[in-house]
Design a protein around this ligand. Sequence first.
Ligand code: PLP
Length: 354
Amino acid sequence: MNITRTLTNSPKQKPEGTFGFGKIFTDHMFIMDYDVENGWHDARIVPYGNISLSPASMVFHYGQEMFEGMKAYKTADGRILLFRPEKNIERMNNTNARMCIPYVDPNDALQAIEELVKVDSDWIPTQPGTSLYIRPFIIATDPFLGVHPSHTYKFIIILSPSGSYYAGGLAPVKICVEDEYVRAVKGGTGFAKVGGNYAASLIGQDNAEKKGYAQVLWLDGIEHKYIDEVGAMNVFFVIGDTVVTPKLEGNILPGVTRDSVVIYLKAKGYKVEERRISIDEVYEAGRSGELKEMFGTGTAAVISPVGLLDWHGKKLEINGGKIGKISQMLYDEITGIQFGKKKDEFEWTHEIKK
Ligand SMILES: *Cc1c(COP(=O)(O)O)cnc(C)c1O
């Protein structure tokens, strides 16, 4: 794929100190267009800036869109690494298929990510724990108010320097179990990375925050009994000597971090079960003392230990509200691989060659 380049004449000031997440964007972005006659075409890297769309663009009305999230890491010796980018690209096309968005050639998607990251490589922060967040997304752009798949799309990639999630060390979060609203149902879009899932989740998230909780734990949409996932993270429980995580059955997002944790633990001889796990089982294991740890997994936090659950007022403290051994070990090992500090025995990292 040929990607044309128009570089900015007015580079921005790069952030210093702590810069949080998702608020600052780099100097450039990638765009390509889709129409029925030409397929994906006109791939270009251009200065970061506003885009112009018809107010009738279908994405604004019916939410036909998808997104991905991954990171670029700078190693101590200055190399640039991606973490399993082929998994994100594969998931992107699974989401596309569900959303009637046209397939993107995986090689083209990877090339677009690599070239854009290279153009803005000076934006990859180097303080411990920091990285460059990569947000590819596709929006439906037909100016049309009827409900059917759009005939035109834009595939855009933007980049955002991302601060260390855990400036003060891995801190366990408090989580509220949602028992009124649901995030996904069988046959729905739970496995797809789409804005609509998040739009539907805002009310639960908002209620949880008002009660002082960081995130919501979603239960299945049919029985309100089995655990799906947390906000933007998959979840794991350490029960006795077994690590348990909900099975991929179409409800939950197949996280790259989730997959990496499962592979890592199995390779190291841990007992891992991917199966349905009910909220009753978790509370029962909490009462009997078998529940050792709970943690979320996702690109942003990597591992997020959970210190407390609240299920309609019933509070369950986990591991004394402190970070568990497996959570800490996984955080150290996976971030070690991502930042090129530990041996990449699973061949997960992908270097962007200068
Ligand atoms: C992106 C996402 C995750 C985590 O996936 P990773 O690939 O590990 O970043 C989990 N749940 C939801 C709902 C997500 O959107």
